[in-house]
Design a protein around this ligand. Structure first.
Ligand SMILES: *Cc1c(COP(=O)(O)O)cnc(C)c1O
Length: 371
């Protein structure tokens, strides 16, 4: 048996006819960039995320960049975020000349440790940027309360968390902005790069809309310098076709995650392996199923590879130790939980079409590992 990390072909096979009809629709109109399909996508995603508006753009990375631009984040400013995330979380801050200020993570959820944020706030802090890692919301309530008292904005990096909930509120609806990625491997994936920003603040939304198209109020009237982060109509129709399936897919992921944890609990392992921690009162959409193996992680991954079980480390090098951020002056050992997670965790295959037989095969292969 072969178990890939993700099987997009299986998903495509289940919606092939719908998708092809949708893409044909775009070719018939020959309107390839922006337009009514993009506007319809924005309305549908805003409703799904429980926000007043959504502004589609070229990628999740641009969603972060545009959000910070719309909040005037610039040279000299500081943005507090996690060192344990995809690179774009940190680079959006650095690209604007602002300083990423990292705070360590909680060892159970792998999200920002909210108890350490206060100490990182200075007179230059403008924004706190939590990431809802692997599809589970960070502790947004505490972050919002802290930021309100200090007059700071909260931008959610919800790239991995569309549809995730914290006490009934959707990811992307809690801060001033939610930044989503539709990279093909995300829970809702386009046929290429795409992203969206959600917000219920009309002034912020209007500014993002403008910055997305070169800062233009109209086509040839520029009141500020923005970027080109338009989105293709083909991406919009692909995403509109997939959106009605999203809850079914995310629920299937969560059900399979529960099955993994159940199987792993029943397995007789000769080494320590921690399944993911699920916060009470939340909806985890399991973009990734990440386990922690304090010892022998790399050997276990090699063993699984030999059994044709794909695995991956998210993320092997924390952001504060990336070469490009050396100028920030962080050192190894500064964020012990992020560094430990980088050393001890990895993702098992998880996608809606993963079968019970495949899951049993994966857990049997784990059980057969004798360090
Ligand atoms: C995928 C991702 C992004 C960036 O999205 P792109 O669409 O690839 O630019 C940002 N942050 C996180 C946490 C992500 O997982």
């Amino acid at each position: 048996m072969k178990v890939p990390l993700l099987d997009l072909q299986a998903q495509y096979a289940s919606i092939r006819d719908e998708l092809r009809l949708a893409v044909d629709r775009v070719f018939e109109t020959q309107q390839f960039v922006m337009g009514p399909e993009v506007a319809a996508l924005e309305t549908e995603v805003a409703a799904y995320c429980q926000t007043k508006e959504a502004i589609a753009c070229a990628s999740g990375s641009d969603a972060l960049l545009l959000s910070l631009m719309a909040l005037n984040v610039s040279a000299g400013d500081e943005v507090i975020t996690t060192p344990f995330s995809f690179f774009a979380t940190g680079s959006a801050i650095a690209r604007l000349g602002a300083r990423p200020v990292f705070v360590d993570i909680d060892p159970f959820t792998y999200n920002l440790n909210v108890d350490q944020i206060d100490a990182a706030i200075t007179s230059r802090t403008r924004v706190v940027l939590p990431v809802h890692l692997y599809g589970q919301c960070a502790d947004v309530d505490q972050i919002l309360a802290l930021c309100k008292s200090k007059n700071l904005m909260v931008v959610e990096d919800a790239a991995q968390a569309i549809g995730a909930e914290d006490r009934g509120r959707r990811a992307g609806s809690m801060g001033i902005a939610g930044c989503f990625s539709f990279y093909p491997s995300k829970n809702l994936g386009a046929a290429g790069d795409a992203g969206i920003i959600t917000s219920s603040d009309p002034d912020f939304s209007a500014r993002v809309r403008r910055l997305r198209v070169h800062g233009g109020l109209t086509e040839y009237q520029h009141i500020e310098v923005g970027i080109n982060s338009r989105i293709d109509a083909i991406q919009a129709v692909v995403l509109r076709t997939k959106l009605p399936h999203l809850d079914g897919w995310s629920n299937a992921r969560a059900q399979k995650a529960q099955n993994y944890s159940h199987l792993l609990e029943g397995a007789k392992l000769s080494f320590k392996l921690d399944p993911p921690f699920i916060k009470p009162d939340s909806r985890h959409i399991f973009h990734q199923y990440v386990v922690r193996v304090p010892e022998h992680r790399d050997a276990l991954m090699e063993h699984l590879k030999a059994r044709d079980v794909a695995t991956k480390i998210y993320y092997p090098i924390p952001l504060h130790l990336q070469e490009c951020f050396a100028y920030l002056g962080y050192k190894a050992g500064e964020f012990p939980e992020a560094e430990k997670a980088a050393r001890e965790t990895f993702a098992l295959p998880l996608y809606p079409e993963l079968t019970a037989e495949q899951q049993e095969y994966v857990v049997q292969a784990i059980q057969d590992f004798k360090p």
